[in-house]
Design a protein around this ligand. Structure first.
Ligand SMILES: *Cc1c(COP(=O)(O)O)cnc(C)c1O
Length: 355
């Protein structure tokens, strides 16, 4: 399929102060759109000026939450190349999310071509300063204009881009996390492994409560027993306990993060034992009490890694790594960011060159 490109006649001014970019506040000049119907399959792939999307008020997404998305980045390397980090992993995960929500499958190669074509067109929007990047947000929603509850027959796939600032403008500050023992994010058999908007909707109340109490995010427990650790905020979570790395297994309610996967691959390459298993809150707190909990951190595309300095459970607070960033957390951050920005040898072939 040929992508039809209609360029804007009114390009926006690019941000001049890259230290004020923040996250997801400004968008580039263009967006990609493509429609799907059962009769035609995917059709009309096009790049058009960024702007509002017309939706029938009865559209399935507005009533039944038929929406999935991805989050990835394009990086400007020192040699002038623009690269993405393991983009096929995101595209495959999007197809797994689509399968769960009865949304249509994308052709993987075509989806990558759409991402590449739009990045090449918007290359001047990829910021230059250390730690900045172009955040890529592909998403898909059910567009059936019927209120009957049934699988989706028509859908739209959209890609928008946003230049984002350095996540850690002031260094990697450890965050304070509260363990959530009331709300749950996802349940096994539900949509936890899918990257869908509905999971986020379900997580907002606990996040808001945590913030009101002075915590950055929540540590999610499993939805059945509220006993096993699952994720931290919208990141995967890892612990270093007595020299070994422990991370929750992908039981179906945990999102299979690409940063998680990459950290596991790096850690194993460095000779660490990485256990993907059930990890109970009792085991975590026992390790925090007896000093064997050496480090704890979240992993995700936006922050790469986020060190955990404090854990609170039922009003008791536990300090991790003396409230500082652990050396292994720092090493993971340094190695991953070096690969992503093209400063380290890409031995594992993770970088995809766009231009
Ligand atoms: C996107 C996401 C992650 C992190 O995935 P990455 O591929 O590493 O960015 C973790 N948990 C949730 C709930 C997510 O939505």
């Amino acid at each position: 399929m040929e992508i039809k490109i209609t360029k804007t006649t009114a390009p926006k001014a690019k941000p001049t102060d890259e230290s004020k970019l923040g996250f997801g506040k400004i968008f580039t000049d263009h967006m990609f759109l493509m429609d799907y119907s059962e009769e035609r399959g995917w059709y009309d792939p096009r790049i058009v000026p960024y702007g509002p999307i017309a939706l029938d008020p009865a559209s399935s997404v507005l009533h039944y939450g038929t929406e999935i998305f991805e989050g990835m980045k394009a990086y400007r390397n020192e040699n002038g190349d623009i690269t993405m980090f393991r983009p096929m992993e995101n595209i495959r995960r999007m197809n797994n999310s689509a399968e769960r929500l009865c949304l249509p499958q994308l052709d993987e190669e075509f989806a990558l071509k759409a991402l590449d074509t739009l990045v090449a067109l918007e290359k001047d929007w990829v910021p230059h300063s250390e730690g900045t990047s172009l955040y890529l947000r592909p998403f898909m929603y059910g567009a059936d204009p019927h209120l009957g509850v049934h699988k989706v027959h028509s859908a739209t796939f959209v890609i928008i881009y946003s230049p984002v600032g350095a996540y850690y403008a002031e260094g990697l500050n450890p965050v304070k996390i509260i363990i959530e023992d009331e709300d749950v994010r996802a349940v096994r058999g539900g949509t936890g492994y899918a990257k869908c908007g509905g999971n986020y909707a379900a997580s907002l109340r606990a996040g808001a409560r945590a913030e009101a109490k002075g915590y950055t995010q929540v540590l999610w427990l499993d939805g059945v027993e509220r006993k096993y650790v699952e994720e931290v905020g919208s990141m995967n979570v890892m612990f270093k306990v007595a020299g070994k790395i422990v991370t929750p297994a992908l039981t179906g309610s945990v999102l299979p993060g690409i940063t998680r996967k990459s950290c596991i691959e790096l850690l194993r390459g460095w000779g660490y034992v990485v256990e993907e298993r059930l990890f109970s809150i009792d085991e975590l707190l026992a390790a925090a009490k007896d000093g064997t909990l050496e480090e704890a951190w979240g992993t995700g595309t936006a922050a790469v890694v986020s060190p955990i300095g404090k854990l609170c459970y039922k009003d008791a607070e536990y300090t991790v790594t003396g409230g500082k960033i652990g050396s292994l957390t720092q090493k993971l951050y340094d190695e991953l960011t070096a690969i992503q920005w093209g400063k380290a040898d890409d031995k594992l072939g993770w970088c995809h060159k766009v231009i």
